[in-house]
Design a protein around this ligand. Sequence first.
Ligand SMILES: *[C@@H]1O[C@H](CO)[C@@H](O)[C@H](O)[C@H]1NC(C)=O
Ligand SMILES: *[C@@H]1O[C@H](CO)[C@@H](O)[C@H](O)[C@H]1NC(C)=O
Ligand SMILES: [Zn+2]
Length: 993
Amino acid sequence: MYTVIHCAIAIAFAAFISGCLGAPFKSVNTCGYDVCNLGQSDKLNVHIVPHTHDDVGWLKTVDQYYYGTRNDIQHAAVQYILDSVIQALLENPDRRFIYVEIAFFWRWWMQQTEDMQNTVRKLVNEGHLEFISGGWSMNDEGVTHYSSIIDQHSLGAEFLRDQFGECGRPKLGWQIDPFGHSREVASLFAHMGFDGLFFGRVDFQDYAERNRTKRMEMIWKGSANLGAQSWLFTGILPRVYTAPQSFCFDYRCSDEPIKDDPHLYDYNVPERVQAFIDAAHIQARSYTTNHIMMTMGSDFHYENANEWFKNLEKLIKYVNAQQANGSDVNLFYSTPTCYLYALNKANQTWTTKTDDFFPISFSQHGLWTGYFTSRPALKRYERYSNNILQVTRQLNAFSNSTLRQAIFPLNEAMGIVQHHDAVSGTEKQHVANDYAQRLSEGIDSVIYVINEAYKKLLSKENQSLPVPTQFLCHFSNISECLPIEGQDSFTLTIWNPTIQPIEDMIRVPVTKNYTIRNPTGEFIVAELIPISTPMKNIPGRTSSAQYELLFRAPIPALGFNTYYFQVKTDITIEKKSTIKVTHNEACILQNQHLRIEFDDQGNLNNITNQNRNFTVLFSAQGLYWYTSFPGNNSSPEFQASGAYFFRPLTSNTLPVSNSRNITCTYTNQVQKALIIYNNWASQEIKLYDGARIAEIEWIVGPIPIEDNIGKEIIMRYDTDIQSNGLFYTDANGREVLERKRDYRSTWNYTVYENVSGNYYPIASRIWIKDNKRQITILTDRSEGGSSMHDGSVELMIHRRTLYDDSQGVGEPMNETAYDKGLVICGKHFLIVEPPEYSALYHRPIAQHLYMNSISTYALPNLSYDNYSNSFRQTWSALTESMPYNVHLLTFDQLTSKVFLIRIEHYFEFNEDDTYSKSVEVDLQSLFRNLGKIIYLLELTLGGNLPLNDMKRLVWQTIDNESSYSKSTDSNSLKSTVVTLNPMQIRTFQVTLQ
Ligand SMILES: *[C@@H]1O[C@H](CO)[C@@H](O)[C@H](O)[C@H]1NC(C)=O
Ligand SMILES: *[C@@H]1O[C@H](CO)[C@@H](O)[C@H](O)[C@H]1NC(C)=O
Ligand SMILES: [Zn+2]
């Protein structure tokens, strides 16, 4: 079991230096940049970097990879890699090795003796073994959410800090395998204190141009808001992450070893040396300094480390020996960190990059855009799990339960699922099942924490009744909650994890009718609304609930409300009179803000924003599909559409059905239009009373494949907005980038795939706009999205393909459940506002979507009076209102008096007249009920270093800009009031009295 080592904290004075951030035990000059070999100025210095790339699940599960089970699928065994590498490092102090994936390293570490652990600590402290990037996994960049990227890096960083101190602190990002690169990740890494980033995959056209113009290495300006603090030196590796051709010495490669005994047959030193010198010179032509890096390793290499190291040493010896004959090639063992340092010391200027590396392709027809949508259920489950993780942390902290260790299993599972073959959807089916199971078990384990927390938060003083057990209803998204079915009474407690009060529309699936009392005992208005047929038909739904109780629930900021449900003695499902229904008639959904018109064929014709007095006309809206390209991958033109790649057969889309049925329902609280296309596709467009956004709940699947045609299902919104080829997509749920159809801003783009080449990852939102009107669509998970025509936005929501796309996974993207194609249900949220008012809505709504309120149910078996006398029914951690543009990202109790928190400004610069300004927050407000803050230590984003100790390397751009920027935010905070600038996230370790 993982124990989080947090130093016991002795608080004597307000000015104690480090809480959980113990004094780093780095002795000078033994690790990091201090031990770098910087080569020779008159030579071509080749940094030989031994490395292994260990996928945290892909063709096998993470634990199968760890142990080396199922070697019939793929021979890979991480435990032996680490055993073998450690022995090899001990044998020769010149050797160096980097390790990346802490999910594996942690597994191995827990199984070592203390002696071995100390041996490894020594290797780390002396710079022989170096942790690089140091996340729990090497996270995907397209479909991950920033909240989870930060968490998974913090989890790895915390382990490394606790076990290895300063010498274990990763100094750069190593994203050698992910399928495209996000500017937001660069920014997050910069704020974690990384000095650079290396990766392997960029678009082949981009790569060719960079190779030709020697722009493989650059300064990436990671944020449009955060200035030079978000800049990150970024390098593209020459062969993704493999060794030069014919120099792979792993046992699984078949390249020639260096045969250096002239008495034996097949002596090959001269030929090998010359080939290597040639390879070095060719590589050097693409780069600008007299240093190059050669990644010596690949997937699951170094299981027999000796084979690699023994041959590398011969190579180093014989190639360097040629210097006596005038060779300029100088080889030595190194690490990416040391290579980066050598580049930094080269004192030269670098080109810059302000956009991102999406989408990418290695060939004319293989766009890595399918994975933006692949496995939509796992993508949603990952977001839901994060929601529970964040809420559990808050509950643990605000109840002062100090149960952080019990949250670890969910945290660990989330770290694993960020891997670039996990949430990306590019793993084998059995591995996807394993990820889902880990999340599920993680959630199960935190139910205990949720209950321990509510025991405290719900208890009134002097009451003796035990607090009823809280449980989650995971199938609420398909209107199912079996434990409450048929109950005469139950409670629903809703936690709001945001620092603003919210009003949620709550839907409770029921088999009886109930009265509902709010926390002050008043009966509230709830409407009994029939559950739609497509919802009831979802395979696996076993609920007999035919109705949902719909009611409006205001929930206090960072707090909860409990609603008490009592069965109505009058069991007839009455009140139908308040519900009006129309079938296949033209209808209008309308509330105070919006008006949505449909014709009798079920076409959405227009949406009017009544406050701003404009209308958006729709020429089409709804579900369509592309035919997946059926190919055998034998050459680029036969490239199939699959788990990684989206490749439509043609750019034509077909409607999922030519006719549709429309049913409109009007109640006091909601007006909605259910549009049923056929027996596998429907959507329900809802307008709640008072809402400024429309909600679109879609149910898609089983996608039919009896016709042997793979299908990629999109939701499309075709409007009369004059979008001029431009559309806007978010990066990891944060900053938004402008996209232009059939265009790349840094090279002359040749279009080979006019559909998938325009697909971008949508982690949270996409919009199009003209001068007066903007439609913004928010998603509940990551999806691929684009704008194929002016005025049009489309999001790919589900896919079922029949061919593998030949990137290794070896399976088509064909998910099933209950012996049928998988059914997916999900939501889009539509905002129709003028551009200048849009951020006001999409910013907070996006935050609420990933930090949703979490409902827990309980069966107290008590009358309302007994319940309300015994238990608190409302509570908030806050007593004063917090600024609208501030979001609480992390609230994690480390020890009873020490907390790790992150707060952020979640508006971009210039997005909103009011909220795009800097804002002050008093952190003490968050701790009102926990105690007085006596010490605040500002940390890097990863939480593993005091911000004041962060000293990043300084770089110069070709425009003579310097990445040096004085740390404006000193951590010697005089007060608990902190300032946040647009898009800034600040991380603090907070110590209470
Ligand atoms: C750069 O392009 C040249 C010419 O096509 C090629 O030979 C070389 O291998 C490329 N370099 C790298 C690092 O890919
Ligand atoms: C770095 O280069 C600049 C000019 O580009 C020069 O002024 C400076 O002295 C150089 N520094 C070192 C340490 O070489
Ligand atoms: Zn990988």
